[in-house]
Design a protein around this ligand. Sequence first.
Ligand SMILES: [Cu+2]
Length: 234
Amino acid sequence: MRKSVIASVLVMALVAAAALLGWNPPVGAQGGGTIVGEVKVSGTAPAPKTIKVNKDNEVCGNEKKIVEVAAGAGGALANAVVSVTGAKGAKPTKKAVLDQKGCEFRPEVVLMAPGELEILNSDGVLHNIHTFSTANPPVNKAQPKFKKTMTEKFEKPEVIKVQCDAHSWMHGWIVVTESPAALTDDKGSFKLENVPPGKHKVEVLHPVLGKQTKEVEVKAGQEAKVAFELAAKK
Ligand SMILES: [Cu+2]
């Protein structure tokens, strides 16, 4: 009895000392590594198209730029989904949100775990959520200007195209995934944290350019690097 008290005091003292020295806590069952990397598009990405807005101009503006492949300097690809296939990740604590603002879907690609998606209408105009899903029940619902929030369920992993039938230029993607996943930023960079140690298949998926998979070995407390290059379609 007394021995165990002494032992636990000793453990606490060691933990406190470790904290003071700035050591990382020991990697336990939940401890993992990090995967960082970049995604590029090779070849010439399709040029953005500019279209004239013929409706709700006071909210939507007069022109919209349609960007199917968001390629920056050196082909840095934004809005690609990078996921660790089959790995178990911590469930996101926040509900995914898709807003309709300035007559655009924001974000253009929304990443979510199976469950509920909150759909907002920040504009004072009528929008319409129309999904082209097959694994999940399709949605085709008007969202009038007074209906600021709707909630829809997407329970199955799927890449779903979404459009607004009231505004022909409004397109977006809902990516439902059970795996730990991240979106690339405008530099094409991504970071996946708390990936369980071991060999994993890391998949990059772009709604227009398709998929690519690479094997990555993750070690606890370390950072693994991986780069992807997706070919632009001709
Ligand atoms: Cu709309």
